[in-house]
Design a protein around this ligand. Sequence first.
Ligand code: TXA
Ligand code: MG
Length: 333
Amino acid sequence: MSQYLDLREKIDDLKIEEAAEIIKNGGIVIFPTETVYGIGANGLDSNAVEKIYTAKEREHNKPLILLVSDKKMLDQIAENISNIEMKLIEAFWPGPLTIILKRKSTVPDIVTAGSETVGVRMTSGEIARKLIEKCNFPITAPSANVAGRPSGTSVADIFEELNDKVDCIIDGGDSKVGIESTVIRVIDGIPHILRLGEITPEQIKEVTGTVMVEANDNQQKQYAPNSECILVYSEDEKQMIDKIKEIALKHPKVTILSSQEHAEIYKKITNLVINIGSIKDLNEVSKNIFSALRQADKEKSDVVIIEGVKQEGIGLAIMNRLIKACGNNYIEI
Ligand code: TXA
Ligand code: MG
């Protein structure tokens, strides 16, 4: 059993101090950020960081990111920051942008998976910022989930999965963004997006003039429900609905992740319809998507069918996560 600190109603500095003490003593703490929940440990202490790999059942070849509470803290972990990297930092921090920078030797190999770079982010989440400030060193922030599972966006979603594996859980309510940060690496002066997030390629381009998106190259299965999962999208709503109905009717037990607008239509063919929010507000969909995937998993259907969204703005990142969840089982009409 971990210690549970409830900060949903009010941010209580004394409770944050308790959590900071746990981290200072080498423990690990689940805490909210604006994107998704993270698991924090002292990012400069290999023994503490090792506990995170164990809790997440994560392969050691996948590096962790570090969170800082202000730009000054960057000096502890990164060096040779270029003008373009600085421009990105100025434009998007605090916020959901992780930048891959040249690491200092203070950063243990276990954080970077042996690489000479380190991923860094200044979160805008108030609880997280205060927690790091009180620690006065960068803390790790991989998403709070067992490897391969959807990232945790509420404590209820991850409590069973992680409660026994961490020392403390800070509850800050539902995550504001709902999907993980945009990850960027500047190579030869050009920003490469390694993971899509709320900060879009267009926004990056506005700041730097160029951008390359590599995030779709590596579509290994992640976030996936145990049932077969199919993603369907068409700009033509009627075609999309017809296709989803056609697939649904072939299976006895079907869960459909549907936009609010179409939920009533699907309820006529299955009682397992999960509302992912309005297509007119993709920020709402992004907030709901990981929770919806977890809920779908619990239904243990023969198939989970997901309505896709338009790939623009944050829709790009939503579809990126959904295509992964479906293991590339994606029908675009
Ligand atoms: O929004 C987020 O970034 C959340 C919150 C909790 O901060 N964290 C998160 O961490 O999503 P994680 O570990 O689930 O994902 C970090 C991503 C991984 O895809 C990892 O491969 C990449 O960042 N990454 C970390 N360090 C890297 C490095 N040195 N070079 C390239 N990619 C790196
Ligand atoms: Mg993750």
